[in-house]
Write a protein that binds this ligand. Sequence first.
Ligand SMILES: Nc1ncnc2c1ncn2[C@@H]1O[C@H](COP(=O)(O)OP(=O)(O)OP(=O)(O)O)[C@@H](O)[C@H]1O
Ligand SMILES: [Mg+2]
Length: 238
Amino acid sequence: MAVIEISDLRKTYKGNTALDGVTLTVEPGEIFGIAGPNGAGKTTLVECASGLRRPDGGRLRVLGLDPHRERRELLERIGAQLQEAALPDAIKVGEALRMYASLYRRPAEWRSLMDEWGLSDRRNARFADLSGGWKQRLFIALALVGDPEVVFLDELTTGLDPDARRTTWGLIRAMRERGVTVVLVTHFMDEAEALCDRIAVVDHGRVVAEGAPGALIAEAGADSLENAYFTLTGRDLS
Ligand SMILES: Nc1ncnc2c1ncn2[C@@H]1O[C@H](COP(=O)(O)OP(=O)(O)OP(=O)(O)O)[C@@H](O)[C@H]1O
Ligand SMILES: [Mg+2]
């Protein structure tokens, strides 16, 4: 069974159409990329799939559940790192992980996660005092603290330095090796090419291209995913 099944999904914000009939399927254990220009609807799509927004129409199932009607059950089984996440200024790294772990019936071992993401040295740092990259790492660790079957990562490596990006790629691959399905929203075509098994390119709330990076490159007659993206959407990446 597919992990995520979406067909003809629609969402309008006060007359502004964010999703205009999105159809896609994500298979178990894959890293599925969602790419597309600013305002394409990527975050809205991820928010609908993680039960945070209610779509206006279409069909949506994640792990066989309706993210809106069966939200509580779904939240036990997914993790999300969202684009505009925030925490209270004064909360410490270790406290945030412990607190999030307490929200799940079967959490992961939060101390190991803190080690794995290199956060142990900063466990007593206040959220407000972390740099952007360290905040990002904390959010990723928080997305994993429920030991999820599916993880949504929105702009995962935005704001990370090149070293931290590479480290993060390794950790994403390790997630897949553990059998976690990963949905990754990204603006970086090198990242999509390196990590994703399949990619959907979204523009104006619709999927305009979908496939394995190699297939999209071949389809566009391009030499890289970045050039393929340009050919397929007629748009630059910004
Ligand atoms: N809460 C909201 N209220 C009104 N309009 C919104 C809201 N959130 C998003 N939109 C609009 O919906 C459209 C899709 O936005 P969305 O954030 O899903 O795009 P995105 O692909 O994630 O963009 P980005 O790459 O900039 O993160 C945009 O036109 C945006 O202005
Ligand atoms: Mg977004």
